[in-house]
Design a protein around this ligand. Sequence first.
Ligand code: SAJ
Length: 426
Amino acid sequence: MKNDPALKNLCVIGLGYVGLPTAAIFANRGLNVLGVDINSQSVDAINAGKVPIIEPDLDILVNGAIAAGQFRAASVPEPADAFIIAVPTPFTTDQKPDLSYLDAAADTLAPVLAINNLIIVESTVPVGSTERFSKRLAKKRPDLDFPFSSGGKADISIAHSPERVLPGQVLLELTSNDRVVGGITPRCAERAAQLYQMVVKGRCFLTTSRTAELVKLAENAYRDVSIAFANELANVSDILGINPWGVIELANHHPRVNILNPGPGVGGHCIAVDPWFIVSSAPDDTPLIQTARRVNDGRPARIAKAILETATNLKSPEVACLGLSYKADTDDLRESASIEVVKFLAEASLNITVVEPYINVLPSELAEFDNIKLGSLEQVLGGADILVLLTDHRAFREIDITVFQKTVIDTRGIWNFKNRDLRLHQ
Ligand code: SAJ
């Protein structure tokens, strides 16, 4: 498939963990890229060369593109040849998809659309959302033909190509991962694949937008179910007084077994959310996916209970909680199970010092507690009575835990207790 020479100007709507790296990568390949975000502070910061996200090498790439005049940020879209939508798609409190950011993106995009434009929705969405997005645009722009109504002859091409990058290695995965590109029509998919082939070394697999939507949801639900199995095994091991990491390590020597790691729960904006988008399409036919979500969501309370049982044996213990972000070596706190554990402990009136190298202020859910403060690793290694490892940041992995003589609760299994037959709390 050849590059489309008409693709010169790209507008990326949503400058978060996916949109900003995507914009920077295309800009570094020579497209003129406008990044759009409703958060004016982010827009100002990016234009000043300050990247508001922790992701290896992203600041270098963004600053290079700005310096070369290939990239700038703004609050509203401008006319372009292609548009990539990378806005959040969270869920409501009753686990229903919240597509309000996607609707808002359609509304802000509609006035600048022109004949021959290509639009790609990268946000993770329930099945049918790309067609819904297309219909919303069509209502706002009756002067243009959209692919769901005009098929191959439409003025506008619309596709869904889900982002699949792993935070922490986004720049590498954006270019090296294979891409699933689902068009509302085959022509939409082909045009979207032409755009990606400018930057992607992996293969592009063309399909329909509905299939691409379910592929992305299936990937994350699969991982959620796999982690739920590991977490359930940890719950069972804890009752039996067996170390789960030892069990998993030995079971994984079987050639067809590969159990994932138990932890304090599943966080982040993807795996903790996306399975519910499948459930919303088929609530009566997804018992496994729903149960996995509940097993993983039940972990923070279970971990907190184990910590509280340990704490009752001590008088006014000082508890140190290491790590708040949802996984290692990121500042991303969204849906973090570590935060939930700390909150449970604070509600039980324990005195807690949180050590989180990636933040300077406590998140709002924790800031309201007088019994939680932020501290340093040195302080807690010297003064805490109970050390709880919640997020396995590199800095914590490097601690020689044998020098800490008091109680250690390792919820991630990083300190090599594997070969000892210990309970979760030891
Ligand atoms: N976790 C465990 N045990 C494990 C692995 C992970 O408890 O063995 C926990 C992590 O600590 C974290 C959560 O699960 O709290 C999710 O972390 P993750 O590294 O599995 O995934 P994410 O959410 O950072 O990124 C996922 C990826 N999806 C898959 O691997 C199928 C990524 O490729 C997607 O692009 C991303 O979701 C997304 O944006 O959808």
